[in-house]
Design a protein around this ligand. Sequence first.
Ligand code: AKG
Ligand code: FE2
Length: 398
Amino acid sequence: MADDTENSPEISSSILNAGPAAQRHDNLRIKPNPSVVENPVFLNLQQQRHAGVAVENIHSGRKPKALHSKSLFRGTGRVQHDDPFESVFEEKYSEENNGNLANTKWMTPKIKDNSNLCSFDDEDCLQDESKEITVFDICPPQTSNRVSLSPSILAQKQAERSRKMEDSSSVLMPGLILLKGWLNQNNQVEIVKRCRDLGVGPGGFYQPSYNYGNRMHLYMMCLGMHWEPLTKSYEMKRSIDGATPPSIPPLFQDLVANCLDDARHMYEDAIKGPDKGRKIMDLVPEMHPSICIVNFYERSGRLGMHQDKDESQESLRQGLPVVSFSIGDSAEFIYGLDRDESSAQTIVLESGDALIFGGPSRMVYHGIVSVIPRTAPSSLIEKTNLRPGRLNLTFRQM
Ligand SMILES: O=C(O)CCC(=O)C(=O)O
Ligand SMILES: [Fe+2]
C-alpha cells in the first residue's frame, strides 16, 4: 500500500488548530472502515495536519515514518474488528504537556483510501450531530392504489437457493435453532401494528448514526432499554434525545416464552450427535427478555457481521438465548464462528421465522447481507400496509 506518510514534513499542528470540528468534540471515536481488516491504519499527510497526531500501525506496532517527537499528541489506535455494525477505527489521543500525559481525547481522523468517510471539515457530516430525530413510520398511510408485483427472478432464485440450504433440519448449530414460519399471520400482523404505533411515538424508530454521518443501514427502536450504537452499551434513556424506550408489550413476552418452549421440544426430538448428552436447558436456557431491539431494513438495508455481546456478563456467561422474529420481506442471514463473511453459512429468513441462539451459540457471529425484494406475504401487507422491507425483533435478557 502506498503510504502518504513516507515523505511527511514535521507535524507541527495540534488539536487547537485541528479545525473547528475537532475542537468541538472530545468523543470522536467511531468510524466505519470497511477496509480496516486489510488496511493498516495510517494517517495520510493531510490527516496528520488536521489532527496533529501520529498513529501506530495497529497490526504491526510499527510507527509510520512521520511520527515526530515534536507531535503534541500521542496516538494509541485500535481497530475494533468486533464492532457490531462495521469494522471500526477508533483512536484515542492523549495530549502531552511537558512530557506528562494530560487530557485524553478521542479523535477519528479520515482514514486513508476511504473517501466515503467524512473529514473533520466536512460540514455535511457535522449536521448529523443535531439531536433531531425524524419519525419513521413503518406503515405509512397508503397514498395510491398499490400495484402488487410478483417476486423478481432474483428473489425467486434466492428463495430456491435458501430452501435447498435450509434442508429439513432446524438445528443449525448447537444452540442455534431455526423455527420456520413460527409466527402465524395474526401474530405477525399484531407485531407489525404494535411496532408501528410505538415506532412513531417517543423513543420510536430512528436511523442511528455514528459520528460524522456514518449511518447504519437500518432504522432502529429499542424496547425496555436503549442500545446505543455510539457507545455499544445499554441505557435507560436514549442519550440522543432523552426519550425513555417503550416497554416490551406483554404479547411479545408471551410469544418469546412460547417460542423457547417450542424450540426445546423440537430440539429434544432432534438431538443426536454431539448434543446428545447435553441437557436441553443448557442448550436453550430460560430467558426473560428485558430488551427488544427492533430493526427495520429497507431494501438496501444490511447489518455487518457481529456478535450480540453488550448484555450483562452473567447473561452471556449463562448463554441466555437471543430470540429473533422476522417479518415482512425475506433476508439473507449469515452466521458463523468468526467474523469472516466468506466462510459464513447463509440462510434466508422469511416472514414468520423465529431464530434462537443461545447456550453454546450465544456468541455466534451473524449479520444481514441483503433484503430480498417483494417477498413479504401479500396478505400481511394488505392488513398492515407495512412498507417494503423487513422488520426484525431480537429479544435479550440484560
Ligand atoms: O435482523 C436480524 O435478523 C438480526 C438483527 C441483529 O443481529 C441485531 O439486531 O443484533
Ligand atoms: Fe445481532
